[in-house]
Design a protein around this ligand. Structure first.
Ligand code: ZEM
Length: 281
C-alpha cells in the first residue's frame, strides 16, 4: 500500500530522485542566504520538522507530522509556530519541482533531517509516506512545549504524551546546540552555543560548565551565561539540570558525544515518523 512508502509509491520515486539532484538542491538551500542569521537555514528547518511532529499524542494517535497541517491558518498562527513561515517558504521551490512525488509533510521532515546532517550531525533514518491533508483541521493549540515552564514534570508530561521517555527527551533537547531564539518570533533572544551552525553536544557541556544567571531585561525570563553573557538557556532547558534523572542524561551526553549522536538520531527519526502509517488522514 502507498502508505508504507514502498518503492512502487510516489514517495519511493522521490527517494530515487532525492538521492541525486533533490538531495543536493535541498542541501544547497541551507546556505543560500549569507545574511540570514548565522548564514544557515539549517536550524530553522530542524525546528520546522520538530514543530510539525511535536503535536503528536501517542494515546490517541492524533497530531504529528502526517498531514502538514501547519500549512493552514489555524496551526500556522499558533504562537509556538511564529517564524516558521521562513522555513516553509524556503522549501517551496523543492515542493514545486518534486511535488508530484513529494508531500509537504515528507518534505518538511526530510528538511529537518538534511538540516541536522548538513550541519555535522548524525545520519538520520528517514522514511517517506506522509500524506497531506487538504482541510484546515488540526489538534488543539497548546501541545507544543511552553519554554517558560521550569518544572521538570511539565516537560516530562509533554514528551511523555509524544511517547518519549526521559532519556529521549534529554537527547532531543540537544538540538538546541543549533540556532537561536529571535525576539520577534518567540520573544526569547540569543543562541545556546558559540557555534550555532554546528551540531554538537555543546548544549549539554554549556548547561553543566557555565554559571547561569537570570537575564536582566524586559523580555520573558531566560538565563544567560555569567562569563560572556552571550549565551542563553530557556527555563525548560534549565530544568534539565535540576531533575536528577534529566541531569544524569545531560552528564552522559556532555561526556560522550558519540552516544548523544546515536541517541539523538534514533529519537528524532522516530519522532518524525510517529504518525505515518498508523492513522488515516
Ligand atoms: Zn526548540 N525552541 N524547543 N527544539 N528549537 C526554539 C528554537 C529551536 C523549545 C522552544 O520553546 C524553543 C526542541 C525542543 C524545545 C530547535 C529544535 C528543537 C526557540 C526559539 C524556542 C522558544 C524560537 C525563535 O525565537 O526563533 C522548547 C520549550 C522545547 C522543549 C521543551 C526540540 C526537541 C528540537 C529538535 C529536535 C531548533 C533547531 C531551534 C533554533 C531555530 C532557529 O531558527 O534558529
Amino acid at each position: 500500500p502507498q502508505r508504507e512508502g514502498s518503492s512502487s509509491s510516489g514517495a519511493g520515486k522521490f527517494l530515487a530522485l532525492f538521492a541525486g539532484a533533490g538531495a543536493a538542491e535541498l542541501a544547497n538551500l541551507l546556505d543560500s542566504n549569507p545574511d540570514y542569521d548565522d548564514s544557515s537555514y539549517g536550524p530553522v528547518l530542524v525546528r520546522l520538522a520538530w514543530h510539525a511532529s511535536g503535536t503528536y499524542a501517542k494515546t490517541d494517535n492524533t497530531g504529528g507530522s502526517n498531514g502538514a497541517t501547519m500549512r493552514f491558518p489555524t496551526e500556522s498562527k499558533w504562537s509556538a509556530n511564529a517564524g516558521l513561515q521562513v522555513a516553509r517558504d524556503l522549501l517551496e521551490p523543492i515542493k514545486k519541482k518534486y511535488g508530484d512525488v513529494l508531500s509537504y509533510s515528507d518534505l518538511w521532515s526530510i528538511g529537518g533531517v538534511v538540516g541536522v546532517q548538513e550541519l555535522g550531525g548524525p545520519t538520520i533514518k528517514w522514511r517517506s509516506g506522509r500524506i497531506d491533508t487538504h482541510k484546515d483541521r488540526t489538534v488543539e493549540d497548546g501541545r507544543l512545549p511552553d519554554a517558560s515552564r521550569e518544572d521538570a514534570q511539565y516537560s516530562r508530561d509533554v514528551f511523555g504524551r509524544m511517547g518519549f521517555n526521559d532519556q529521549e527527551l534529554v537527547a532531543l533537547l540537544g538540538a538546541h546546540a543549533l540556532g537561536r531564539c529571535h525576539s520577534d518570533r518567540s520573544g526569547f533572544e540569543g543562541p545556546w552555543t558559540h557555534s550555532s551552525t554546528t551540531f554538537s553536544n555543546a548544549f549539554y557541556t554549556h548547561l553543566l560548565d557555565e554559571k547561569w544567571d537570570v537575564k536582566k531585561w524586559k523580555g520573558p525570563k531566560q538565563y544567560e551565561d555569567k562569563a560572556t553573557k552571550s549565551l542563553m538557556m530557556l527555563p525548560t532547558d534549565m530544568s534539565l539540570t535540576r531533575d536528577k534523572e534529566f541531569k544524569k542524561w545531560v552528564t552522559i551526553y556532555a561526556n560522550d558525544e558519540e552516544k548523544f549522536f546515536a541517541d539523538f538520531a534514533a529519537a528524532y527519526a522516530s519522532g518524525l515518523a510517529q504518525s505515518i502509517t498508523t492513522r488515516a488522514v
